[in-house]
Design a protein around this ligand. Structure first.
Ligand SMILES: Cc1cc2nc3c(=O)[nH]c(=O)nc-3n(C[C@H](O)[C@H](O)[C@H](O)COP(=O)(O)O)c2cc1C
Length: 264
C-alpha cells in the first residue's frame, strides 16, 4: 500500500518529520506499506490569487501553473495520505494553508474517493484547532485517523511521553486498518455534504457553473455505491431542519440581476 505524507512545516528535519518516521515504522510493522514524503516547502506551489476561478468555473482553468497538478497526481496514485502541520498560532502553517486554498475546489467538488486520510498536528497549545483545519483540507478522502502530537520547547515527563507514543501507535493502527478494509460506504457527514451541494448546485447554476456540471448527472452519491435507507432518511430530516436556517444565503433572483461575477 502506498501512503503519501504531505508535510506542512518549513523545517524538513523538525518534529513533523520525526512523527511521520514513527508512523511509518508503526505501519510497516503491520504490513507492506510504502511511504513517500512530499515537503510543501520544496515545491513550486504559488499563493492562491483569490480569483475564485477554480470554484466557479473549474480547477483546470486556474491561472496559476505550478506543482498543484503534480501533487494531485501523487495523491491519486496513493492509497492513503497523511497531512502534517505544525500548530502555528493555533492553526496550520502558512504552507499548509496555501495548499488548502489551492485545493479549495475539492470542498465543492470532492475527488480522490476511496483514499484514506490521517491528519497530524504537532506542537503545544491549540492543536485541536489545527486538526479542525486539517480535517477539511481536501474534499474526498475520508479522515480515518487524527493525531495531536505534543512537542513542547522543554522536556516532558516519561509518563507524558508514554501517553504520546501510545496515542501515535493507536492512530497509526486505526489508519492501517482503514487502508486495509477500504470501506467505501459514505458516512453521514459525507452524504450530507453530497446532498447539500447537489441540491445547491441547481440553485446556484448561474454563479457556480462548475458545480452544476459536476453534480447534474450524478445519482445517489458521487460514485456508484449503495446508500442505505437509514442514511437517506436521516439526511433528509437533517436537510429539512438545516436548509431553512440558511435561507438568507440562498440566491436572490432579482429582475435585472447580472449573471456576471462582479468581483473587482
Ligand atoms: C510561527 C510559529 C507559531 C507557533 N505557534 C504555536 C502555537 O500557537 N502554539 C504552540 O503550542 N506552539 C506553537 N509553535 C511551536 C510549533 O508548533 C512547534 O515547535 C512544532 O512542533 C514545530 O513543528 P516542526 O518541527 O515540524 O516544524 C509555533 C511555532 C512557530 C514557528
Amino acid at each position: 500500500m502506498k501512503v503519501l505524507a504531505i508535510m506542512g512545516s518549513p523545517r524538513k528535519n523538525g518534529t513533523g518529520t520525526k512523527v511521520v518516521e514513527e508512523i511509518e515504522l508503526a505501519l510497516t510493522r503491520m504490513g507492506p506499506v510504502q511511504m513517500e514524503r512530499l515537503h510543501l516547502v520544496d515545491l513550486d506551489l504559488k499563493p492562491c490569487r483569490g480569483c475564485f476561478t477554480c470554484i466557479r468555473a473549474g480547477e483546470g482553468l486556474c491561472p496559476i501553473k505550478d506543482d498543484r497538478t503534480m501533487i494531485e497526481d501523487r495523491i491519486e496514485n496513493a492509497d492513503g495520505i497523511i497531512l502534517v502541520s505544525p500548530g502555528y498560532v493555533q492553526n496550520v502553517s502558512s504552507l499548509m494553508k496555501n495548499f488548502m486554498d489551492r485545493m479549495a475546489y475539492t470542498n465543492h467538488r470532492p475527488r480522490f474517493f476511496g483514499k484514506k486520510a490521517m491528519i497530524v498536528a504537532n506542537g503545544g497549545a491549540g492543536l485541536d484547532k489545527t486538526l479542525d483545519a486539517l480535517r477539511i483540507a481536501i474534499g474526498g478522502p475520508s479522515v480515518v485517523s487524527e493525531l495531536a502530537y505534543m512537542q513542547l520547547p522543554w522536556p516532558i515527563s516519561p509518563r507524558a511521553r508514554g501517553k504520546r507514543s501510545a496515542r501515535l501507535q493507536r492512530e497509526a493502527a486505526r489508519f492501517y486498518h482503514a487502508l486495509v478494509e477500504n470501506d467505501m460506504r459514505p458516512r453521514l457527514s459525507d452524504y450530507m455534504r453530497y446532498r447539500f451541494f447537489k441540491s445547491t448546485s441547481l440553485e446556484t447554476k448561474e454563479w457556480l457553473p462548475a458545480d452544476y456540471e459536476f453534480y447534474k448527472d450524478k445519482g445517489d452519491y458521487y460514485y456508484d455505491v449503495k446508500v442505505g435507507a437509514r442514511l437517506k432518511i436521516t439526511s433528509a430530516l437533517l436537510m429539512a431542519v438545516t436548509k431553512p436556517l440558511m435561507k438568507d444565503m440562498a440566491p436572490w433572483h432579482a429582475e435585472g440581476s447580472s449573471k456576471e461575477d462582479k468581483r473587482p
